[in-house]
Ligand binder design. Structure first.
Ligand code: FAD
Length: 625
């Protein structure tokens, strides 16, 4: 029997990004003793890297904005595949979550009359992103950390122990969610620095682990984003929803190679930046799809007038949803009209004075100066698509964030599926984290309280099995985890990337099966004290599982919609609109895929759209109903 330290908490939150911290704060405020575990340093999460802002219909910059317009924009962006109840809750509750952040000390940029400033972003009808320059995520996390510390100080006053009600375990990785029968009962984790194992026993587990980008070669994501939460849920018996939808952000850096994929925020376009090809042409005017034609400008003059007079002009096509812009850039490069390093040009230098660029886009200015030796106040940036965000994720209940089929398991943030449909609008992630992080923490606390005496129990056999699995890389050999990771990234990038074809996805599935078999022999040397090769060997299990879900679902969906583009099925097919794809694990750990019909959109929400627009998206029977 493996002897490991065990601690007892009411709620354990895996992940300390925006969703995890918001969940933890809520759970603690509702009286649950809450532990937070995060793989990297406390405060280092993707949320910190978010630049553009938090989407919330506060109507500060345009009085016509309201939750209904935000809901409409979100559904259009997601091509009507969104879990509509989530999109409704998100649009209704996001403003309160932003105001709440302000009461907790967040310092947003202001309008001239002192309100929270809101900026334009792709797919949002009105300026809607509350922001702090281009460092919004940093302020969000700083504020949530400050709130965490405030709660710990309160606990100290009452109990003499800062960590009695809310404790953070940083640089610790969870490798298994543990179960007692069908209910969750805790998590198994290791400390990255010492390699020490420990178990947190808790009846409620919230997964808030973010994305999967590290399965792709070119990505804006950093090292932690290996799809751990997606895989933990799968292994615990919860299905994943619509994993085929992966967002390729249109503007990542393309040069130099060492920084390829690093994000160039959409605020650059929201604030007036334009995309040009090697002929100097603003090519996005050629790529406005029919469903969006009425909303976007047809000439450069009209597009430019929109920045000062949005009520009487249509938006520039550079601000189409991300999937449209990414595909357009891909086509321009493929047609031979790309920039010298295989991207296109994104220009602010001819559109704004240098001091405005430095004030509004300080991080971008420094990023290009330091990483590429490009002065964006004087020359154009070179940009191209980069794997950025996963819309697919753990299938959850819209109101409670409870994962389907596993009592006590909850999920929020990027790891949860459904909210964004087939494509996420910029800015809708930070608001999603706050809205559903709070809901997950709230319901996780309620669930734990509701169990009172009848708590699930962690048995020794499960702990032994988890320890044995975690130690396996020390007892096998023959494959190098780094090599396998590179092969996996290349497979996903080249064969299940931005444009997909049947034969290539079949090839990818064969390659993934082989990699999975080889990963069982991924061995490491040395010992458990800070051993990155070992950590990667463990992460491979997660990346391979999640990649297989992406490839299987992408092969199954024979249409193009949002973040899923099939060269062999280029159009959006209304018959697929009401269909979700669910991935689950069979007993033998194979990925099984099922189709599920979605719940019809509530009539009062459908009534927010014109009939002519609905005809473009909904299947015949849905319209009839
Ligand atoms: P994250 O913030 O990704 O946090 C995940 C947490 O889980 C981390 O603490 C990590 O250490 C932990 N974790 C992971 N695996 C494990 C494990 N096995 N064990 C323990 N802990 C684990 N969205 C917007 O709305 N607006 C923007 O302007 C914007 N800009 C972006 C810019 C960049 C460069 C990137 C990469 C993303 C951006 N996004 C933006 C998207 C948004 O930032 C993310 O979707 C969001 O922050 C995800 O938050 P999260 O709380 O779900 O997870």
């Amino acid at each position: 029997m493996t002897v490991v330290e065990r601690q007892q908490w009411d709620v354990v939150v895996i992940g300390a990004g925006g969703a995890g911290l918001r969940a933890a704060i809520e759970a603690r405020e509702r009286g649950a003793r809450t532990a937070v575990i995060c793989k990297s340093l406390f405060g280092k999460a993707h949320t910190v890297m978010a630049e553009g802002g938090i989407a919330a219909a506060m109507a500060n910059a345009n009085e016509h904005d309201n939750w209904q317009v935000h809901f409409r924009d979100t559904l259009r962006g997601g091509k009507f595949l969104n879990q509509w109840r989530m999109a409704e809750l998100h649009a209704r509750e996001a403003p309160d979550r932003v105001w709440e952040l302000e009461t907790w000390g967040a310092l947003f940029d202001r309008t001239k009359d002192g309100r929270i400033s809101q900026r334009n972003f792709g797919g949002h009808e009105y300026p809607r992103l509350a922001h702090v320059g281009d460092r919004t995520g940093l302020e969000l996390i700083r504020t949530l950390q400050q709130k965490t510390v405030a709660l710990q100080q309160q606990d100290h006053k009452e109990t003499g122990d800062y960590e009695s009600g809310l404790k953070v375990f940083q640089e610790c990785t969870v490798t298994r969610v543990l179960k007692d029968g069908d209910r969750v009962c805790g998590v198994f984790a290791y400390e990255r620095e010492s390699g020490r194992f420990f178990v947190i026993e808790a009846p409620s587990v919230v997964i808030a682990t973010g994305g999967i980008g590290k399965s792709f070669k070119v990505t804006s994501n950093s090292w932690e984003y290996t799809g751990d939460g997606h895989a933990l849920a799968l292994l615990a018996g919860a299905p994943l929803l619509n994993m085929e939808f992966v967002q390729f952000h249109p503007t990542g850096m393309v040069w130099p190679p060492s920084v390829k994929g690093i994000l160039v925020t959409e605020s650059v376009r929201g604030d007036g930046g334009v995309l040009r090809n090697s002929d100097g042409k603003r090519f996005m005017f050629d790529y406005v799809p029919d469903v969006f034609k009425e909303k976007y400008a047809e000439t450069e003059d009209e597009a430019d007038r929109w920045y000062d007079d949005p009520d009487h002009n249509r938006r520039p096509p550079e601000l189409l949803p991300r999937d449209e812009v990414a595909r357009a850039i891909n086509s321009e490069v493929k047609e031979g009209r790309g920039s010298p390093h295989g991207g296109v040009f994104l220009d602010v230098s001819t559109r704004m004075p240098a001091e405005v660029i430095k004030r509004r886009l300080p991080s971008m200015y420094h990023q290009f100066k330091e990483l590429a030796d490009v002065d964006i106040t004087a020359e154009a940036m070179e940009v191209g698509p980069t794997c950025h965000y996963v819309m697919g994720g753990i299938a959850v209940d819209s109101d409670t964030a409870a994962a389907r089929g596993v009592p006590g398991l909850f999920a929020a943030g990027e790891v949860a599926g459904g909210m964004h449909g087939s494509n996420r609008l910029g800015g809708n992630s930070l608001s999603d984290l706050l809205v559903f992080g709070r809901r997950a923490g709230w319901h996780a606390a309620e669930y734990a309280r509701g169990l009172s005496g009848a708590r699930p129990v962690v048995d020794d056999a499960q702990v032994d099995a988890a320890a044995e699995e975690a130690l396996r890389p020390f007892s096998v050999s023959g494959e190098n985890p780094y090599t396998l990771h590179q092969e996996l990234q290349r497979t996903m990038n080249d064969l299940v990337g931005i444009i997909r074809r049947e034969a290539e996805m079949e090839q990818a599935l064969r390659a993934l099966a082989e990699l999975r078999e080889r990963a069982a022999r991924a061995g490491v040397e040395g010992h458990r004290q800070f051993n990155p090769g070992w950590h990667l060997a463990l992460d491979l299990r997660n990346m391979l599982l999640v990649s297989e879900c992406v490839a299987r679902a992408a092969l199954e969906r024979t249409e193009s919609r949002g973040g899923h583009t099939r060269e062999d099925f280029p159009g959006m097919d209304r018959a697929w609109r009401p269909l979700n794809l669910l991935c689950a694990l069979t007993d033998g750990d194979a990925v099984a895929l099922t189709r599920e019909t979605t719940e019809p959109i509530r009539p009062d929400l459908l009534a927010l759209f014109d009939k002519e627009e609905l005809v473009k998206y909904l299947a015949e029977e849905e319209l009839y109903e």
